[in-house]
Design a protein around this ligand. Structure first.
Ligand code: CP
Length: 318
């Protein structure tokens, strides 16, 4: 891989999942490839799991890490050719070239504004940075993709349900009081499309995701019907794609609870976290034996380690 931006950065998703499972079992195959190298983790938005797991992943690979909140640096200009006489003191081109002098790899988190759909879906900050960087770039959740989370999700599903070759996997919208990005859901569907599993997406009318992500899936507006016979329930809130970034309903009937889980095929419950308990999903499901949430969060470490290792070894190029 040159960069880890989306599923299209990866030539063989199945091989990457196998690499991550091997990394989890046997630790690092050849740590000398990464020993003594440096990684910058740059955050424009908050994080718990991504920040800790990616930093720790690099450290376990023998690397030096620097974590930086973007607010601690100069504000970046992203557009080319502009007269920079306003509040943005540093051009992204210069920042990317300078960062490339200091470290061997960089991770960036930058959420969408959720007001201008075309701007968000251009994912300009990530795109511009990758254009100018001379080192590999890891997408730690951009405006539209969260590939580290999706790789983690595939690893976790493989671990939990390796006994069944073809699963019914349900991505279920759930209510949330704040407008959230579509990145986790977009990426989850992109990565699931690389597996043999059957995917159903369930959400209230109006929460349709961008069509390119739901192609090949079944869309079911009746959540209970969608849950019937499911092997995996993956729950996530997202704001509307049209009208973009809006909350159309907070209907609590969409919260995942034990009654809904009872119609599944003893489905495992997944969520990328953080989650608002008793809004998105009940405590009963979160604390129940079928919840994979902590195993899933733990696998972020192995996903990050595998991605960093492969990037620094030019493995699994897309
Ligand atoms: N799932 C996830 O990306 O968590 P953080 O936002 O805490 O990093």
């Amino acid at each position: 891989m040159k960069h880890f931006y989306s599923v299209d950065s990866v030539s063989n998703v199945g091989a990457l999942v196998s690499d991550a499972l091997a990394m989890k079992r046997h630790s690092v195959p050849h740590p000398h490839h990464t020993q003594g190298k440096s990684m910058l983790l740059l955050f424009f938005n908050p994080s718990l799991r991504t920040r800790l797991s990616t930093q720790l992943a690099a450290q376990q690979l023998g690397m030096h890490t620097i974590c930086m909140n973007a607010g601690e640096g100069w504000k970046w200009e992203i557009e080319s050719g502009v007269i920079m006489n306003m509040d943005k003191a540093e051009h992204i081109k210069d920042a990317a070239k300078v960062i490339s002098q200091y470290v061997d790899i960089v991770g960036i988190r930058s959420f969408p504004g959720l007001t201008d759909r075309e701007e968000d879906y251009r994912d300009e900050l990530m795109q511009e940075f990758m254009t100018h960087a001379e080192i590999p770039v890891v997408n730690m959740e951009s405006s539209i993709y969260h590939p580290l989370q999706s790789l983690t999700d595939l690893i976790t599903i493989e671990e939990a349900r390796a006994d069944r070759a073809k699963l019914k996997v349900v991505l279920s919208w759930a209510p949330h009081p704040k407008a959230l990005p579509q990145a986790v859901s977009n990426s989850f569907l992109q990565w699931m499309a690389k597996t043999n599993h059957e995917v159903t997406v369930t959400h209230p009318h109006g929460y349709e995701l961008k069509e390119e992500f739901t192609q090949g899936t079944t869309i079911e507006y009746d959540q209970m019907k969608a849950f019937e016979g499911a092997d995996i329930i993956y729950t996530k809130n997202w704001s509307a794609y049209e009208p973009y970034g809006q909350i159309l309903t907070e209907d609590q009937h969409w919260m995942v609870n034990k009654k809904k889980m009872a119609v599944t095929n003893e489905a495992k419950f997944m969520h990328c976290l953080p989650v608002r308990r008793n809004v998105v999903v009940t405590d009963g499901v979160m604390n129940g034996p079928n919840a994979l949430i902590y195993q899933q969060a733990g696998n972020r470490l192995h996903a990050a380690k595998t991605v960093i290792y492969n990037l620094l070894n030019q493995k699994n190029n897309g």
